[in-house]
Design a protein around this ligand. Structure first.
Ligand SMILES: [Zn+2]
Length: 155
């Protein structure tokens, strides 16, 4: 069974491969001279701060399908363009595991109707279960996005 540690290993491998190193070098070399050090530090930090979570998404037949969210510590950078370039680059990489095949990369595929988060469907929103939540509550079955449809895919 595919779990988040497999995915972390797979993603980490790509994020630290020669192609990604070349991407970082290109970004650093095209930055203004005075910004090169911070550009390199920012990219290194973003790559190192990789975090993976598992989403329990079901398909039409109610079988669990593997969905994982990939995060970096974006709070550490205010350099919007650098972040967008990195995210765009990493989203175009190929992520493969020997027995699992190639993963599909989907950028911000959800739009939670309860909290407006983009990393989970409404049916998996953690907030309505928290004491003191005053926002909308839900029944997962009522939400068409719960089964993982209506994604906007890149590529
Ligand atoms: Zn939510």
């Amino acid at each position: 069974m595919l779990d988040k540690s497999h995915v972390h290993t797979m993603v980490s491998k790509v994020w630290n491969d020669e192609e990604t190193k070349s991407f970082v070098t290109r970004e650093v070399n095209t930055a203004r001279v005075e910004n090169r050090k911070s550009t390199e530090e920012t990219l290194t930090h973003l790559i190192k701060s990789l975090t993976v979570t598992h989403l329990k998404i079901k398909n039409k037949e109610s079988a669990l399908t593997p969905h994982f969210n990939i995060y970096t510590d974006r709070k550490s950078t205010t350099e919007e363009e650098l972040w967008v370039n990195l995210r765009t680059y990493l989203a175009t990489c190929t992520y493969t595991l020997p027995l699992q095949g190639t993963g599909k990369v989907i950028k911000a595929p959800f739009n939670c109707g309860a909290c407006h988060g983009v990393d989970h469907p409404r049916g998996l929103c953690p907030f309505p279960g928290i004491k003191g939540w005053n926002g909308p509550t839900y029944h997962a079955e009522d939400d068409p996005r719960y089964r993982g449809r209506n994604y906007s895919r890149i590529a």
